[in-house]
Ligand binder design. Structure first.
Ligand code: IPM
Ligand code: MN
Length: 354
């Protein structure tokens, strides 16, 4: 319980974003009411829709406002009418980068009662967290074309790895692994056998920090092998730390083994600043407004937000409500349109468990 009022920026976004956020807020309000935690919501309409109407994506003034918030709760952004790359770069990545949200925390947890495509794997065996570097690597947007459109064309895309960026990510991962207090094993995933400069830096920093964190077992895998073991032996993992691009890819794989995009949540975290929480799924335009999308991922992102804000009681309440509901068998599938319940009914059911 805390006397503080948290100011949360809410960006419902595009497609199914608003209907998921609606359920997320419903659950957050219920849990915070029970725990006597005060939340104040500030709504922002940044989206593809707004961009098409006004030509504006995300002004710098909004970033300045965001800096005064306690956290941001994001639905989804993406509109099929906008050319790929624009909203990603100017909205989502702009927030991640300008608020220096250098960690993308993505748990891979199979809730009891949820179907996984991995035959014979149980919730005890699928329970790990991916710590994805979130502000550099191939996402830095550095590169260019030479002789574009000709048969002599050259296209470059630079992967930037800075000592500071790699080190703060690895240190966060060790600390997180220790606090999580499960297997206490941190696996670094890279491609240092081929990317012999950037990932050599990752290896050296990891070795250095491993020596200072001897209570955490350290392990190393190449990313291709990691994909293999995530499918074959997910029980090997506790915490994985990896770069931005590989983290993007393996967290989609992780989402599938935990039952699909309907349940996968993520946090873009700046441990000393303003963090942003979102479901991993996109705006899923074809389901917009149909009240069939699974809001669990967004609800779970809300729980993660409360946890990062230091309100672990509220976070725990939401997490156990999700767990209870999913184990009850009342929800038939995690997939949109197959849940046997509407988006709002699922939100109601989680709130009722609380
Ligand atoms: C994600 C998404 C984003 C990413 C896209 C939309 C820019 O795939 O959050 O995983 O690549 O980080
Ligand atoms: Mn992704």
């Amino acid at each position: 319980m805390s006397k503080k009022t948290y100011r949360i920026g809410v960006i419902p976004g595009d497609g199914v974003g608003p209907e998921c956020i609606r359920e997320g807020l419903k659950v957050l309000k219920t849990a915070c009411h029970r725990e006597k935690v005060n939340l104040e919501f500030v709504s922002y309409d940044f989206s593809g829709e707004r961009y098409l109407k006004t030509g504006e994506i995300l002004p710098d003034s909004a970033i300045e406002e965001f800096k005064k918030l306690d956290a941001i709760y994001l639905g989804a952004v993406g509109d099929p009418r906008v050319k790929p790359g624009i909203l990603e770069k100017e909205l989502l990545l702009k927030i991640r980068f300008s608020l220096d949200q250098y960690i993308n925390l993505r748990p891979v947890v199979l809730y009891p009662g949820v179907w996984t495509p991995l035959r014979d794997k149980t919730p005890e065996q699928i329970d790990f967290v991916i710590v994805r570097e979130n502000t550099e690597g191939l996402y830095c947007g550095i590169g260019g074309f030479f002789k574009k459109g000709t048969e002599d064309e050259v296209a470059t895309q630079l992967e930037v790895n800075t000592y500071k960026g790699v080190d703060r990510c690895i240190r966060y991962a060790f600390d997180y692994c220790r606090k999580r207090n499960k297997k206490k094993k941190l696996t670094m995933v890279d491609k240092s056998n081929v990317l012999t400069y950037g990932h050599d830096l990752w290896m050296r920093v990891f070795d250095k920090r491993a020596k200072e964190n001897t209570d955490v077992q350290n392990d190393h895998m190449y990313v291709d092998a990691c994909c293999m073991w995530m499918v074959k032996n997910p029980e090997w993992f506790d915490v994985i730390v990896t770069n931005n691009m590989f983290g993007d890819i393996i967290t989609d794989l992780g989402a599938m083994i935990q039952g699909g995009m309907g349940v996968a949540a993520g946090g873009n975290i700046n441990p000393g600043g303003v963090s942003m929480f979102e479901p991993i799924h996109g705006s899923a335009p074809k389901y917009t407004g149909k009240n069939v999308i699974n809001p669990i991922a967004t609800i779970s992102a809300g729980a993660m937000m409360m946890d990062v804000l230091g309100e672990s009681g509220t976070a725990g309440l939401i997490e156990s409500a999700i767990k209870k509901l999913l184990s009850s068998g009342k929800i038939k599938s995690m997939d949109a349109g197959k849940m046997g319940a509407s988006t709002s009914a699922v939100g109601d059911m989680v709130a009722a468990e609380i």
